[in-house]
Structures are given as structure tokens and as C-alpha cells.
Design a protein around this ligand. Structure first.
Ligand SMILES: NC(=O)c1ccc[n+]([C@@H]2O[C@H](COP(=O)([O-])OP(=O)(O)OC[C@H]3O[C@@H](n4cnc5c(N)ncnc54)[C@H](OP(=O)(O)O)[C@@H]3O)[C@@H](O)[C@H]2O)c1
Length: 323
């Protein structure tokens, strides 16, 4: 038996319950992983609240690191004792240990601690696919990036700097602005007192930006569209403040704009490609171009507190659970 967070109904953080669950022996193609750190992501809130439906009761979480304890028949490239992380697979990462499909496990290199890796799996890989695949940055661009002091955000700040990209980042407070700037964000806009699109026009001397990465959604949509150059691209990669609905005519009126709503799952397969994405991310970390540590840690049993902090915008950077 291991301790795991499960939920029997959708709702607020209080629906998350610590329970004892059985962990099976790994079947063919599977591996059993004992977690050292479990990452909390905003998508976990979408599942908990029912915005992304799951059959209940269910576990939660898809992002953790740890050590392989056992592998099932047919698993050859992952061995007991390997340090691994993952960001794909069935919900249920909020647990001391679990059985996983072995083909989603990413071996962790020496030189990257479990603690750091727990901030990289979902969040670092998201920065990779946004900046290197969805709208590939060449260097030299000025971009608008929302929630720059968040979990994905702090890695994105550093990745943009490494690429020679000037990032304009939005944040909700002066403390978050200072943190984003310390991580490489060139300009910050404090949304509680500044107009986003107006500030972007000032910073870019009226030109606007070629791309906006918008994970906030409902609250920032119009500012994002108003910050773009003609034929610019809105990458709508999250909905922390609520969903967006866009009339295509609006994209024409605002400058023949492009809009995409990317999901990681369409940018990470096959396995060889996932490992190549991870290699690029790990290279930045090993070279010191990206430095990433959890900013908040909670006991596994306190997952509800972690959710409350994340959804009430009290966190910066990455949040982890300690099993
Ligand atoms: N499409 C994909 O494949 C993919 C993959 C991973 C993550 N994502 C998305 O990327 C975003 C970032 O994920 P994360 O886990 O790193 O979270 P996060 O950025 O650490 O937390 C969300 C941040 O959004 C900002 N925010 C603005 N309005 C908000 C509101 N009404 N409620 C809550 N937060 C609000 C807050 O920053 P301020 O206080 O500074 O405004 C908050 O800290 C999420 O939207 C997530 O769903 C998408």
C-alpha cells in the first residue's frame, strides 16, 4: 500500500483526499516508479474542478520524478535503479509510488537533481514546445508572454534570454515583476495597475509584437490581440482565468492575425522526439542557462493547500509535493 491523493467528486481543493492505494506489479511494457518529488501544474486544477472531465473516483497529476523499482516483461531501455521523470500518462502522479507505461519515462541525467527535474518535466517541456515548435523563435524578436513569474513562466524567461529574445512579461505584482526580471524577462507589465496593450505599444515604439504566448485566457485575450503586429500569432496555450471564444472575424479586424490553441500531446510524439526535446532542455540546465528550483513545497497530504495557493495566484515558479 502507498499513500495517494484521490478525489471522488469535482470541486474545490477540499475534494482532494489522502488515501491508501495498492500498487500492482508492473505488467508488460510497464515500470513501477517510487516518487521523490511530484510537480503541481495548473492543468491539475482543470481536472479537479471538472473542466477537463475524468471518470471518478480518480487519482490526480501527471508529472513526477523518482526511481524505477521494477519493470515488467519487454521493457528494455528502462532498468530498476534508473532515475526518471515523466509528464505524460494516466492521472495519478500525486502518490508515493505508481505503475506507469515505461515508454513515457524520461531518464534523468547526472548533474540534474530530482528536485530540479521536478520543475522541468511539464513546465520545461512546455517552454520547449512553445518556443521551439509552436512558434519557433529565431532570436532578436520581442515577444509578449503572460504569467511570466509562473511555473512555466520562469523557465520561459530564461529560455527567451538564452535565445536572444526580448521578453515582455505580464505579472500581477511588483514582487513577481522583480522575480521575472531576475530570470531574464527584459520588460515587465504589472497587470494590476498597467494597461497591457498600451505598454506593449510603448515598449515596441508602436510596432507591436509578432507573437503572444497567452496562458491566462479570458482576462487577457483582447490585450493579447491588441498587442500583435499585423499577421502576428496568438498562441493561446492555457486558460488560467477562464476559456476564450474568438470570432474569426475579430482576427481579420485586428490585423489578419493567426491563432492556435496548442496541446503538448500533439508536439511530443514519438518517444524519440520526446527524448530529443528533453535533451535540449537538459542541455540548457546543465550549461547553467536555465536554473530552476521549486519555489514552494508541500507535503503530499497537503495537496489541497498547494492547489489553493496556485489558483489564488499566491505562488511563483514551480510548486512540488513531497511524498
Ligand atoms: N497547452 C499546454 O500544453 C500547456 C502545458 C502546460 C501548461 N499550460 C498552461 O500554462 C499555464 C501555466 O501553467 P503553470 O502550471 O506554470 O501555472 P502558473 O503559471 O504557475 O500559475 C498560473 C498563473 O497565471 C496567472 N493568472 C492570471 N489570471 C489568473 C487567474 N484568474 N487565476 C489564476 N491564475 C491567474 C497568475 O500569475 P499572475 O499572478 O502573475 O498573473 C498565476 O500565477 C496554465 O494556464 C496551464 O494550463 C499549458
Amino acid at each position: 500500500m502507498v499513500k495517494a491523493i484521490r478525489f471522488h467528486e469535482t470541486g474545490g481543493p477540499e475534494v482532494l483526499k489522502l488515501e491508501d492505494v495498492e500498487v500492482a506489479e508492473p505488467a508488460p511494457g510497464q515500470a513501477r516508479v517510487r516518487h521523490s518529488f511530484i510537480a503541481v501544474n495548473f492543468i491539475d486544477i482543470y481536472f479537479r474542478t471538472g473542466r477537463y472531465p475524468l471518470a471518478l473516483p480518480n487519482g490526480l497529476g501527471s508529472d513526477a520524478v523518482g526511481v524505477v523499482e521494477a519493470v515488467g516483461p519487454g521493457v528494455t531501455d528502462i532498468r530498476p535503479g534508473d532515475r526518471v521523470g515523466y509528464l505524460l500518462g494516466p492521472q495519478g502522479a500525486y502518490a508515493q509510488a505508481r505503475v506507469m507505461p515505461a515508454d513515457v519515462l524520461i531518464p534523468l541525467p547526472e548533474g540534474i537533481s530530482d528536485r530540479t527535474a521536478a520543475t522541468l518535466m511539464m513546465k520545461g517541456m512546455t517552454a520547449q514546445y512553445l518556443f521551439r515548435q509552436v512558434y519557433p523563435l529565431k532570436g532578436g524578436e520581442t515577444i509578449l508572454y503572460h504569467a511570466a513569474a509562473g511555473g512555466v513562466g520562469l523557465i520561459a524567461c530564461q529560455w527567451a534570454r538564452a535565445l536572444g529574445v526580448t521578453m515582455i512579461g505580464t505579472v500581477s505584482s511588483d514582487e513577481k515583476a522583480a522575480l521575472a526580471r531576475a530570470n531574464g524577462c527584459a520588460h515587465t507589465i504589472v497587470t494590476s495597475r498597467e494597461n497591457i496593450a498600451q505598454r506593449v505599444r510603448e515598449i515596441t515604439e508602436g510596432r507591436g509584437v509578432p507573437v503572444v504566448y497567452d496562458s491566462v485566457g479570458k482576462d487577457t485575450l483582447m490585450d493579447s490581440l491588441d498587442s500583435l503586429q499585423p499577421r502576428g500569432t496568438l498562441v493561446s496555450n492555457g486558460t488560467s482565468s477562464g476559456s476564450v471564444v474568438v470570432d474569426s472575424q475579430l482576427l481579420a479586424a485586428k490585423g489578419s492575425l493567426w491563432m492556435t490553441r496548442p496541446a503538448m500531446v500533439h508536439y511530443i510524439h514519438p518517444r524519440a522526439h520526446m527524448l530529443e526535446m528533453a535533451r535540449e532542455l537538459f542541455d540548457h540546465v546543465l550549461a547553467g542557462r536555465i536554473v530552476s528550483e521549486p519555489q514552494q513545497s508541500f507535503a503530499l497530504a497537503d495537496a489541497a493547500q498547494a492547489h489553493h495557493a496556485l489558483e489564488s495566484r499566491k505562488t511563483t515558479g514551480s510548486t512540488v509535493l513531497i511524498p
